[in-house]
Write a protein that binds this ligand. Structure first.
Ligand SMILES: [Fe+2]
Length: 271
C-alpha cells in the first residue's frame, strides 16, 4: 500500500473525477461535447472552490480510445489546475489498461493507497471488450486480502461499474454481474464505509446497512437518471467531493461546472 503524505488537518478531502473520455487529440468530442474542454471546466470549478484536496481518485474511462496520448493529457490537465495533489486511478471499459498502467515516467497510484485513518482500495471491474462489469476471482481475493490486512482502518472501495442498479434499464444492463460476491465480502468488514463508482455519468447515492454507496457525475456528458432508454441530460459536467473524518464519518456533495454552454447532441440514442 502506498501511503500519501497528509497535507491538511482533518477531515481528509478526496476528489473523485470520473469518465473524462479523453481522445487521442485535444479537440475530440463525445456526442458533440469537447471532452477536454469540459474536463478543464470541471477542474477550474474545483480549483476556484478553494478546497485543498489531499487526494484525487479517477474512477475509469479516463480515455475514450485507450491511447497513451489521452492518459498523458489527463495527468497534465489535472496537474495544470490542481498541482501537486496525489492522484490514483483505475480502469473503465473504454480504457486500455496496458497503455494506462505502463506509461513512461511518474504514474498515478493504482491498487490501493492509504491516507491518515483511511484506506482506499481500487478494484478492476472491466471485462475486456465488453461494456458491462464483473469482478474476477483474483480481484475479489485481492480485496479480501487487503481488508484482512487492515481490518481497523476506515476503508473506501472504488471501481468503475455500478455494483447496484441505478434505475435506468439501459445502463443497468452493465451492472457488475457478480456484485453479490462483492457485497458478501464487504459485509464481513464493518470498517468499509463507502463503495464508489463512475460509469453511470450521474450522481447517485444509496445506503446498504452501514455501507454508503455513491456514484459521481462524469466530467463530460451526463446521462438522465431514471430513464429506461439512453438519454443525455442537460446537467453540467461535474465531480464528487468527499470529507472523510478520522472517526469514519463521511460528508459528500457533487459539484458541477457553471455557466457553460456546450454543443451536445441531446437527440443521440447511444454513445
Ligand atoms: Fe464506463
Amino acid at each position: 500500500m502506498e501511503t500519501v503524505t497528509r497535507l491538511n488537518t482533518q477531515p481528509l478531502r478526496l476528489l473523485q473525477l470520473t469518465d473524462p473520455h479523453l481522445g487521442a487529440r485535444p479537440n475530440e468530442t463525445l456526442l458533440g461535447l469537447n471532452t477536454e474542454e469540459s474536463l478543464r471546466d470541471v477542474l477550474a470549478e474545483v480549483r476556484d472552490s478553494g478546497v485543498q484536496y489531499d487526494l484525487i481518485i479517477a474512477t475509469g474511462d479516463i480515455s475514450n480510445d485507450g491511447t497513451i496520448a489521452s492518459y498523458h493529457r489527463f495527468i497534465a490537465r489535472v496537474q495544470d489546475y490542481l498541482p501537486g495533489i496525489p492522484l490514483a486511478w483505475l480502469a473503465g471499459n473504454h480504457d486500455n489498461p496496458n497503455n494506462m498502467f505502463n506509461l513512461p515516467g511518474s504514474k498515478p497510484m493504482t491498487g490501493d493507497c492509504g491516507l491518515g485513518q483511511w484506506h482506499f482500495i481500487l478494484l478492476n471491474s472491466r471485462i475486456p471488450f465488453e461494456e458491462g462489469g464483473e469482478l474476477s476471482n483474483h480481484e475479489l481475493d485481492r480485496l479480501e486480502g487487503l481488508l484482512a490486512q487492515h481490518p481497523t482502518r476506515h476503508t473506501m472501495v472504488l471501481l468503475h461499474h455500478q455494483p447496484v442498479p441505478v434505475g435506468s434499464y439501459w445502463i443497468d444492463g452493465y451492472t457488475v454481474k457478480n456484485a453479490e460476491r462483492l457485497f458478501a465480502i464487504l459485509e464481513r468488514y464493518p470498517n468499509v464505509k463507502a463503495l464508489c463508482w463512475g460509469h453511470v455519468h450521474q450522481a447517485f447515492h444509496l445506503e446498504r446497512g452501514n455501507l454508503k454507496l455513491f456514484a459521481s457525475p462524469s466530467t463530460c456528458i451526463q446521462f438522465t437518471p431514471q430513464s429506461d432508454a439512453f438519454s443525455v441530460d442537460h446537467l453540467m459536467p461535474g465531480f464528487r467531493h468527499f470529507e472523510l473524518h478520522d472517526d469514519g464519518r463521511i460528508y459528500t456533495h457533487v459539484g458541477r461546472a457553471k455557466d457553460r454552454i456546450y454543443c451536445i447532441d441531446f437527440a443521440s440514442t447511444g454513445y
